[in-house]
Design a protein around this ligand. Structure first.
Ligand code: AMP
Ligand code: FE
Ligand code: FE
Ligand code: ZN
Length: 288
């Protein structure tokens, strides 16, 4: 069984449409794939409709959250949510608020760039992105690639869009405890994404993970391209102590990153445990 539980489509900052994503997952030899766009379920229907035979689709999302970091500050955390009811009122509200705020933020970042003479037109960029798409810094990075300012999305992040740069504006986020509660109330299962990925910025301490586990967090993502062997070993110890589910996933974003589908995978017992806990939605297969 090859299972990849974290991927992005054009419903957020990936480059494959939901239909292309499931086709690519089948070509990569996956048995199950989760679609986990940032703050939206907009890709679920198209991914389901295009599902190739034999591939199981786990419908999910990756929620942009904020947490205390356990060192007196705050940090961004991403919460993977699986098999929740996409029509639950609190879910719809949380997603809509996040998408609206991300649009306002993209406009502010774009204006700051344009003010410095960079060839970025945020208004045009936003007009070209449908309202149900969750926008993010990768959309500005792709605009810089198209304008020939940089040659890759990675270079755009390294030079302009990283968290330490002049163009960084944090997006306003949901407190992670609230997101865990919202997901649980909608019948879903929550897994903390790339928990120790320091490259992206500050991360939470083990104490915070224990607190989140006590408030209903179901699992942690351990095998992720941004985790080294030491991160994985520490997270495995924590998951064992806290009796958390453990997952592995590529966090595939199409050509926006150089990560392949199925590069990291989840054990089938874990997917079965997620499916057994969830009551908001089911894993879908073609023709079912
Ligand atoms: P945002 O959600 O707007 O804060 O942007 C964060 C997203 O940017 C992440 O979900 C990744 O998809 C992407 N990202 C972050 N750092 C990099 C990087 N160095 N290279 C390429 N993509 C990145
Ligand atoms: Fe992303
Ligand atoms: Fe993430
Ligand atoms: Zn992701």
């Amino acid at each position: 069984m090859r299972i990849d539980l974290h991927t992005h489509s054009t419903a957020s900052d990936g480059t494959d449409s939901p239909a292309e994503l499931v086709a690519a997952a089948a070509r990569a030899g996956l048995d199950a794939v989760a679609i986990t766009d940032h703050d939206t379920t907009a890709g679920w229907a198209a991914a389901t409709a295009a599902l190739p035979p034999g591939l199981r689709l786990v419908r999910g999302a990756e929620l942009s959250c904020v947490s205390s970091d356990g060192r007196g500050g705050q940090c961004t955390v991403h919460l993977l949510a699986y098999l929740f009811d996409p029509d639950a009122e609190a879910v719809v509200r949380m997603h809509a608020r996040s998408r609206d705020e991300r649009r306002a933020r993209l406009r502010r970042i774009g204006e700051r760039m344009a003010g410095d003479g960079l060839p970025v037109d945020a208004e045009t960029l936003l007009a070209e992105l449908p309202a149900e798409v969750t926008v993010g810094r990768p959309h500005l990075a792709m605009a810089l690639v198209r304008a020939g300012v940089v040659s890759t999305v990675d270079e755009a992040f390294a030079r302009f869009l990283n968290d330490r740069g002049r163009y960084y504006i944090p997006s306003s986020r949901t407190p992670v405890q609230d997101a865990i509660a919202t997901v649980a109330a909608a019948g879903g299962v929550s897994v903390l994404a790339h928990t120790f990925a320091r490259r992206r910025g500050p991360t939470v301490t083990a104490e915070i993970i224990a607190e989140l586990a006590a408030t209903g967090l179901d699992g942690i993502e351990i095998d992720h391209p941004d985790h080294d062997a030491d991160d994985r070993a520490r997270l495995r110890g924590l998951a064992c102590d806290l009796e958390l589910l453990v997952t592995g996933s590529s966090d595939y974003h199409g050509t926006n990153k150089s990560i392949a589908l199925g590069q990291e995978t989840t054990r089938s017992e874990m997917l079965e445990a997620i499916a057994a806990r969830a009551t908001g939605a089911e894993i879908v297969t073609a023709g079912a």
